[in-house]
Design a binder for this molecule. Sequence first.
Ligand SMILES: C[S@@+](CC[C@H](N)C(=O)[O-])C[C@H]1O[C@@H](n2cnc3c(N)ncnc32)[C@H](O)[C@@H]1O
Length: 238
Amino acid sequence: MNIYDDETFFSSYIRLREGANYNDLLETPAMLSLLGSVEGKDILDLGCGFGKASRALIDLGARKVMAIDSSKRMLEKARIEYGHERIEYMNLPLEELDRIEGSYDAAYSSLAFHYIEDLRKLLGDIGRLLKVGGMLLFSQEHPISTADYDGHWNEDSSEYAFSGYLKEGKRESRWFVDGVRTYHRTMGTIITTLSGCGFHADTVLEPAPSSKAIEALPRIRRELEKPSFLIVRAYRQG
Ligand SMILES: C[S@@+](CC[C@H](N)C(=O)[O-])C[C@H]1O[C@@H](n2cnc3c(N)ncnc32)[C@H](O)[C@@H]1O
């Protein structure tokens, strides 16, 4: 089961997204800074969640958004709150992207890739769905975070403990509930896999909070010590 369909997890996650939060203050502005024009474009939103970005892409002028997620609860909320005639919300695991057809100008994916075990297959499937020159813009939890979720903040030294970076693979951590499963890959593996799957990455961002963001949510200043997000823009090669 997708953890986002767990009742406790889902309600906690939605509450987190409603107040001042890391995504709205840090991740989304960084993604939008790399998006460029989407006017008239057909776009995939992979791991679309409750549909906020899918709808934003339409509001920015996209022609059509195919929004994919494997959580029924997230999709239900998306259809109600961010539904639009030019968005198709589809319940499909990203592991099964090979089941769909199409030719898209861009793929957008916010904070879903670290839930996927086989990055090579995912990127191969995305490449097949993108036109040559099509853009893939994705964010994921930063490898410094996925390495070791137990890397806690030490209030006394104002430092993070950190370990486990070179040990790739499955992690299980507690986030609202026990047993949240993610996959850790090093920065080297991510960039090399992109290139092996026919993508050219032109930008890699590790966003730091602005002073306005720190004002809105003081604890976000810790991001200056350890970034939570990795953002990559890449293009499908011919
Ligand atoms: C952190 S949320 C981000 C949601 C949305 N992109 C946003 O930024 O608001 C991660 C999303 O990835 C989805 N997800 C996790 N594993 C997935 C999988 N294997 N296939 C499809 N979606 C998945 C979850 O259901 C959830 O909606």
